[in-house]
Design a protein around this ligand. Structure first.
Ligand SMILES: Nc1nc2c(ncn2[C@@H]2O[C@H](COP(=O)(O)OP(=O)(O)OP(=O)(O)O)[C@@H](O)[C@H]2O)c(=O)[nH]1
Length: 322
């Protein structure tokens, strides 16, 4: 679906106290001509963050107590429906989630609900990580790992509070966990010249661009969460691939936070781009293969307790025999 006339949505996730409200205020201050609607999801303390967001009178929608990803997904739908009725009043929607929300479920309405999709498109997810506590959070808290792995952009914030060498180490940890995300180290969520509201993270062009940086045999395991890439040259059998992915997502969709793939199909000069969030998927055509370019198929899986050996074997079975 074209993005023209649809309202972009940015999800802001991050650990408690990492700087989400600071980022929100910065975004609002730096875009004086944009009209924002904001959905805040506060865990327990209703109303507190509302008062901390400056510069906006109306347009703040609050979700009640509880976690946006479980009890509140209905409420999120309702809030989005309410917003639809006044969609002429704003041109960007920001969703700030609590530190305990699971981001792929918040993304779900934008990938599953046709009515929501008609009016909104997900531009990307930004994760605020606190440089001081990131390592501890990743050790103790599965939500922290999920937030990092799902993000399109990670702001490694409060950088001045840690030594430079340590900051580099932490950045490496993030890169291994999520090879797709851009990572900026920031103080007070100052993202500099980054076009933070225009990440286009789900556009085929972006998936393509990012995939070229993924190492051929990337594998990283963190607790139960795995990020794993597979590459193979040769052509893919479209029917085999479609069958495999459909069954995989139907049976195990909940386990996959995100899958991205670039494929070489027979009789197709353009790259075939595949993306899935949980069990929702889409296939689109990307740019043409360049004459000198090696036509490598690539897949990246990020999810929970994935059996990577089986994924590799099944993917290779989808290749056409030469
Ligand atoms: N030292 C330092 N403090 C920061 C930085 N960024 C934000 N803060 C402070 O950290 C505190 C928490 O920031 P918030 O923006 O409220 O964080 P949050 O993620 O919205 O917090 P919760 O909504 O409670 O999860 C505030 O006092 C900020 O002023 C930074 O880069 N360095």
């Amino acid at each position: 679906m074209e993005n023209i006339n649809r309202i972009p949505v940015t999800i802001i996730t991050g650990f408690l106290g990492a700087g989400k409200t600071t980022l929100l205020n910065r975004i609002i201050a730096e875009h004086p001509n944009k009209r924002f609607a904001i959905i805040e999801n506060e865990f327990g303390e209703t109303g507190i963050d509302n008062d901390l967001v400056v510069g906006i009178e109306d347009g703040i929608f609050e979700m009640s107590n509880g976690c946006i990803c479980c009890t509140l997904s209905e409420e999120l739908h309702e809030t989005l429906n309410k917003l639809l009725q006044q969609s002429d009043k704003f041109d960007h929607l920001l969703i700030e989630t609590t530190g305990i929300a699971e981001p792929s479920s918040i993304a779900m309405p934008f990938t599953t609900d046709p009515l929501v999709q008609k009016y909104f498109y997900l531009d990307g997810t930004i994760c605020l990580a606190d440089a001081q506590y990131l390592e501890d959070s990743l050790k103790d808290d599965e939500n922290a790992v999920q937030q990092v792995t799902f993000a399109d952009l990670i702001l490694l914030n409060k950088k001045e509070l840690v030594a430079e060498g340590y900051l580099k180490e932490v950045k490496e940890v993030l890169k291994k966990l999520n090879p797709y995300a851009d990572i900026l180290t920031t103080q007070n969520a100052d993202y500099g010249s980054k076009k933070i509201l225009d990440l286009k993270a789900y556009s085929p062009e972006k998936v393509e661009e990012k995939s070229s940086f993924i190492p051929a045999h990337h594998h990283h395991h963190h607790h139960h969460i795995v990020s794993h890439s597979i590459t193979a040259t040769g052509m893919v059998n479209p029917q085999e691939l479609e069958y495999w992915l459909t069954v995989l997502l139907q049976l195990q969709g909940e386990a996959f936070y995100r899958i991205k793939g670039i494929f070489h199909f027979p009789n197709e000069d353009r790259k075939v781009i595949f993306q899935a969030v949980r069990n929702q998927s889409a296939i689109t055509l990307g740019s043409p293969w360049r004459p000198e370019e090696e036509r490598t198929n690539r897949m990246v899986f990020i999810g929970k307790e994935l059996n990577t050996k089986v994924l590799e074997r099944r993917f290779k079975q989808c290749l056409l025999k030469s």
